[in-house]
Structure formats: structure tokens, C-alpha cells
Design a protein. Sequence first.
Length: 386
Amino acid sequence: MLAARLSTFYWAIFLIVGLQTPFLPLWLDSRGLSVAEISIAGALPLFVRIVATPMVAYLADRSGDHRRMVIILAWSGLACTVLLSQSTHLWPIILLTMLMMLTTSSMMPLTETLAMRAVRAHGLDYGRMRLWGSISFIVATLIGGAAIERWTGSAVIWLIVGAVAMTAFAAHALPRPVGIAAMGSSRPRISRADVAELITSPLFLLFLTAAGLVQAAHAVFYVYGVLHWRGLGLSATWTGILWAIAVIAEILLFARSGAVLKMLSPLGLIALGACAAVLRWIAMAFDPPLAALVVLQILHALTFGATHIGTVHFIAQNIPAERAGTAQALQASVTAGIAMGGATLLAGQLYGPFGAKSYLAMAVLGALGLVATLMAQRRLHVTPSA
């Protein structure tokens, strides 16, 4: 029952992600925002969450009630999304986009904390719960692609409103604190000294750098991939199909994550994702034909999926339980804040003049992520825990 509740919430929240990630730029474009303005709208919440998401997670860790914080964030996100749907001017759109994305993204590390706590306490399979989010992502991209084909990009915001509403209701079905962990209320709560020790750990910092760079290498694809494909004449339906292919590959990896983790360590999975990122983004820089795009989308299982599995399991294996929520939030802030925010701004500067060649910069980020992973692996042999 616990796994079903968490799986249901993953399903709901990834409906939002599956609509926001590929299609929100099209709605912003339909509102008349320029390429640079779309980049700002996408990057601003990533930078704000550097501070906001760890603060939210720290408060949740201190209270011990992650569920309540998720409920507050979900309903706040719904209010912001409804207001955004009625906005027509640049700065209200940018501000409300930031608030909408911030509430959604801040829920994610809290959900990961609940899931990994259940993995430790009850022996649940993280990958099998998380894959329902990926399945939901596929459904969202297919629905989004079909809706845009029929009603243009202006329809996207109403689909997002519906997805956020579903997430808010699903949040109430999350397990209450007393039912989440066998650890009980005696579990020590995180202190400021714990946070300071965490953020000054060389191993943890190298891990954050590695995971952040590999995930940030998706920036050009996330922000401009759909717009670029549309410029090449690819239909919205095919865009949805290509996103679905990527996530199907990701789902297959999540379903077998238990077996994969017996063959590769968490850092080994991040290294595998980094290698795939170098290959994937170099190939994308040369506008490959549709058949090649299908193959390159399958690599998403490694560039995102393997890196993500490695990330959450590294924290579970190397970070004390009382620090796990804040560690997940710090990871999310670095990955989707500093790293992805910087890469998104870089993408905004590169895509206009260079188009698809801007993917080459993403390949460089993947290579740097591989170097950081190897350095973290060496440090792990010296220091067994962060």
C-alpha cells in the first residue's frame, strides 16, 4: 500500500513535468516571448531554487512532516498556474512561471526523501515506484503533442493546470509521518552543524558536481529541442513520440534498476550517463535524420535515467538518514539550480547564433561530469562516507 501511494504521487507530479519540460516553451512562444526571454523564464526558477528548495527541505526535515510541506507546495503551485494562464505581459509571465516551476520542483526532493526512506525501512524497490512517474511523463507528452497539433501551443497551459490540480489531490494520499518509516519519532533531526558538515564534504561536493554537470548537459534539448525540431519540419505528434521513446527506455532501466545496481555502483551509473551524454549531444549537433533521432532518444535512459538512479542511491548509501532530505534538496538545487540554470543561460546565448551546434557545449559538460565522477570515485575509496 505504501508503494502504491508513492507511485500514485509520482504519476501525478510527472504529468506536470511531462507537459512543462517539452511544451511550456511553446506556450511562452505563443505569448510573444523571444528566444532570450524564454531562456530567462526557464532559468530564473532554477537559480531561485538554489536557496528556496534546501530551505523548504530543511524545514521539512526539522518538522519530520514532509507530506504537509508537499501539500502546501502543491496547492500553491495550482494557484500560480491558474494566474499564469491569464497573464499576457512579460514580467508577470516570468514571475508566475518562476513560482509555478519552483513549487513543482521543490516537491520533488521531498518525494524522493519519502521514497528512499521507504526503501530503507521496508525494502521497497525505488525504481519500480519511480517508473510510474516516467510512464506518466510519456502520457503527458503524447497528450501534449496531440493537443498542440490540434489547438496550437496556447492549449499547453490548461493541460498544466489540470496536471497541477491532480498533483494537489494526490498529495493528500501520501502517507503520514507515523506510517512512513520504522525509524519512528526518535530519529535524530538535522542540525545546522549537520548541514555545514555536509556542504563542506569534498566527496559530497564532487558528487554534486558530477551529477549536476551530466544532468545540466540536457539544457539545450530541454529548452530548445522542441522548437528546433519544429523548425526542421518535425510535427508535434512526432515530437511527442520521440519524447515517449526516450522515457520508455528510461522506464525499462528503472524497472531493472535493482539488477543494474548489482553490476554498477551509484558512481558507476553516473559515469555511464556522462559517457552517453558526450555521444548523444555530439550527434545531436549535426541535425541527424529521424531514424537516428530515435536511437539517440534511447540514450536518454543513460544520460538521465542512469545518472538519476546513481544519484538517489549514492545519497541513500553514503549520507546519514537524518541528513537525507536536505542532501536530496541540495542535490536538486545544484543539479536543477546552479548547473541547469547556468547551462540554460548558456543555451540561450548559444542557440540563437549557432542553432544545433550549441549541443557541442553540452557534450563538453558531459565530459566534465565524467571527470568529476572519476574524482569522486577516487575520493570514495579514501573516505567511505560523506
